[in-house]
Design a protein around this ligand. Sequence first.
Ligand SMILES: [Zn+2]
Length: 247
Amino acid sequence: MSFNIVSKEEVFYYTIKSFDNVENVDHLFSTRMGWNKENTLENIAKVFNVGLENIVVSNQVHGTNIAVLEDINFYKENVYPNGVDGLLTDKTNIVLVTYYADCVPLFFLDPNKKVIGLAHGGWRGTVQNIGGKMVNLMKEKYNSSIDDILVAIGPSIGPCCYEIGIEVYDEFKKRFEFCNEIFKSTNKNKWHLDLWEANKKILMKSGIHEENISISKLCTSCNNDIFYSYRKEMGIKERMVAAIVLK
Ligand SMILES: [Zn+2]
């Protein structure tokens, strides 16, 4: 397993093995065990031992806008309102938070330059290359070396459960040559889509080394006792979070 489950009092969350060894970085992916809409940010603050005022959240619109965090107030006033599906910073004590209930959480870490990022990859973000966009931004903005960047693909709906129709299939077909490897035909005009493999391939196209990509392989719909699932629970309002901070 490339992810570990951890508990702190009654709160359970996952961490990424390849990130665990990096000093001065705290990160987590939440579960439904001890987490709900009301306590999410407080739980993060407790686990990381930071103040609530240090937390910044995304404003997800299934786009590919990635905010570079320099100043929390500037972000809240000028960037957040426009829609934000990715967060990136090299500043300490800014906790990045993105929300999920089946979509793919992408975690980014450059342990050398000390840069962290999160991106929300639903099928729209994935097909619009939010992963590749993040990698380019890390290189341009922070001079990250492609050899150093670690990426983790967190718990999300798996190829076992994620059925999509022709409109999604066509969007991928238009852009990627590897569709035979990420789609499995089920019924007429229905496919199962492997968003884990799709994101992995897209990241590798941007130059990320295969051995630097961790995939949790945990399906949020199959593991409904551990995770909230939008599809399985028909539009549930609860969400999991990805969170990461440099100390
Ligand atoms: Zn599944």
